[in-house]
Write a protein that binds this ligand. Structure first.
Ligand SMILES: [Zn+2]
Length: 123
């Protein structure tokens, strides 16, 4: 059982929380990390890339089992991987926000409990 603080801030936090909880199930294909584009020259002196900034190379960087991994992402995968990464980020943001709201609600509950106890003492 959790303690339910009252007041306007507490109810706003609870509303926001319920909104997030309704909206977010774990997105089944969500990916961690970030997608980035770099340019590499292949080294062939006759290739057009010798003159410009190089061939576009997409990669996804993420942590796996405590280690940083960089995976090359083929051009045809980029759009799908981008969507999956953004689903993962939205989900993580939502989780963080729910945890922060719960922490704030706990702080409020403690404050209100202290006030109640102080009032009793004064009587
Ligand atoms: Zn080249």
């Amino acid at each position: 059982m959790s303690h339910h603080p009252c007041g306007r801030l507490a109810s706003r936090l609870r509303q926001r929380k319920f909104h997030l909880l309704r909206r977010f199930q774990i997105p089944r294909d969500a990916l961690p990390g970030s997608l980035s584009l770099t340019h590499l020259r292949c080294g062939k002196p006759t290739c057009h890339c010798a003159q410009d900034r190089g061939h576009p190379v997409w990669s996804l960087t993420f942590m796996l089992l405590g280690e940083k991994q960089v995976q090359h992402i083929p051009k045809e995968w980029v759009e799908q991987v981008r969507r999956r990464v953004s689903a993962g980020r939205e989900f993580q943001d939502a989780v963080r926000e729910v945890l922060a709201a719960n922490a704030q609600l706990l702080v409020l509950a403690r404050q209100q409990e202290k006030k109640r106890k102080n009032k009793k003492k004064k009587k």
